[in-house]
Design a protein around this ligand. Structure first.
Ligand code: CMC
Length: 378
């Protein structure tokens, strides 16, 4: 094999052969197992989509009801995990709390042999079921409130709102939130998926795999951007100030959060769907000033960035929806993780079938044969 040129960020280098999802960055098409996300948002639910991602096909009615029941029955957290979260500093970031709790989860579930497919199924069920309980639990514990136990009879998204607020939300909110979960469930070889696969290639257990993916998702160049977008929109304050803000960012060559993507050369299809979800939400709950500011930013930024093929990505409009639903800004990225865990696990299961340890090469750019200089001569 010929040695490759070094590609910073591994841009354009395939890291896996995968049938989980596909992005056509020129046409702005995203498919999960060959089905377009627009279709899934219209016709599927988050849990059904998670099943599709994990097992490669849509479930039959019986398989879906078993899957939904399995997930519903595994939402509870052991009290020791709740005790552990109570010990974390309440001003800490919820992504750190989520990562710590997920890493700890693995200590409670024995049989971590990843060659045991039955056990892998239950690990996937537990992770998909328990992430929302951890996120909602932490949101309450840090305020000194009790965590609210899940209710098995509630659907995935409805139960999340219930654990967060002790109320069941408007059905439209449940539908919109579920669509947001679908849109965030998977996205080919992104940084957090790749991170998880590197960990998984050592045959580490899935709790460790997901904990490492959560760490990668946190950064502002990846999932952390959704939180930063809303902070930026608040800083801008009113739509008429968007132009000056964008001008200044472009003049000083700063990046605009929620814009740009390694693969998309057109507007991210998820951003387009999220915008239409904003429209549905605002019809029932009134508009959001943040949305008007976002539109003004997009208009102005497009003048500067369309030549570079930089457009809004998934993180540009998602936070506006969560903000309108009254969700704390620092929970946006943990909510992203709650959805993306399905994609991480789908890639993990796929890779296990033909696992090979990730051990890339490097291009050494240092010196050779340097003398060791004794301490008193330096
Ligand atoms: N604002 C202004 N200019 C940008 C932006 C942006 N957000 N993104 C890219 N560009 C410009 C960049 O300055 C560069 O211009 P030039 O060629 O003149 O130096 C060109 O476009 C290529 O950018 P790059 O940074 O080399 O591209 P990349 O593929 O390495 O970066 C990215 C992709 C997502 C890291 C980057 O677009 C970015 O930092 N965006 C802001 C953070 C963000 O929104 N992240 C969420 C990504 S999508 C969802 C997710 O993964 O969670």
């Amino acid at each position: 094999m010929m040695p490759h040129d070094f590609m910073p960020g591994l841009a354009g280098i395939p890291a896996a052969k995968s049938a989980v999802s596909d992005v056509d960055g020129e046409r702005g098409v995203l498919e999960y197992r060959g089905i377009r996300v627009e279709e899934l948002c219209k016709r599927s639910s988050y849990l059904e989509t998670a099943y599709l991602l994990l097992f490669g096909h849509l479930p039959t009615r019986a398989a879906l009801s078993r899957w939904v029941e399995d997930v519903a029955h595994h939402r509870r957290l052991k009290y020791s995990i709740i005790d552990l979260m109570k010990c974390l500093p309440e001003q800490g970031h919820p992504m750190d709390a989520l990562q710590a709790a997920v890493a700890a989860l693995g200590m409670f579930y024995p049989g971590r042999n990843v060659e045991d497919m039955e056990n892998n199924y239950w690990s996937a069920v537990r992770l998909i079921a328990k992430l929302p309980t951890i996120v909602a639990g932490w949101a309450r514990l840090r305020r000194g409130d009790d965590a609210i136990p899940p209710r098995d009879e509630l659907g995935f998204s409805e139960n999340f709102f219930y654990m967060l607020t002790e109320k069941t939300p408007h059905p439209l909110w449940v539908d919109i939130f579920d669509d947001c979960m679908i849109l965030h469930a998977e996205h080919t070889m992104n940084a957090s998926t790749f991170t998880g696969l590197v960990t998984a290639s050592t045959l580490a257990d899935p709790y460790t795999v997901v904990a490492s993916s959560i760490g990668a998702l946190k950064g502002p160049l990846h999932g952390g951007a959704n939180e930063e977008v809303v902070q930026m929109l608040r800083e801008i304050g009113t739509p008429d100030r968007a132009g000056a803000y964008v001008d200044e960012h472009m003049r000083t060559k700063q990046k605009l959060m929620g814009f740009g993507h390694r693969i998309y050369k057109v507007k991210d299809p998820r951003a387009t769907i999220l915008q239409s979800l904003c429209g549905s939400l605002f019809k029932t709950c009134g508009t959001s000033q943040l949305y008007d500011i976002a539109l003004a930013v997009e208009r102005k930024a497009t003048d500067f960035l369309k030549e570079k093929k930089v457009h809004p990505n998934v993180d540009f409009y998602s936070g506006i929806i969560y903000d309108k639903m009254g969700i704390d800004t620092d929970l946006f990225t943990p909510i992203f993780a709650m959805a993306r865990v399905a994609g991480w696990l789908a890639h993990w299961l796929e890779q296990l079938r033909e696992n090979k340890l990730f051990r890339p090469d490097q291009i050494y750019a240092g010196e050779h044969d340097r003398p060791y200089v004794p301490l008193d001569q330096r």
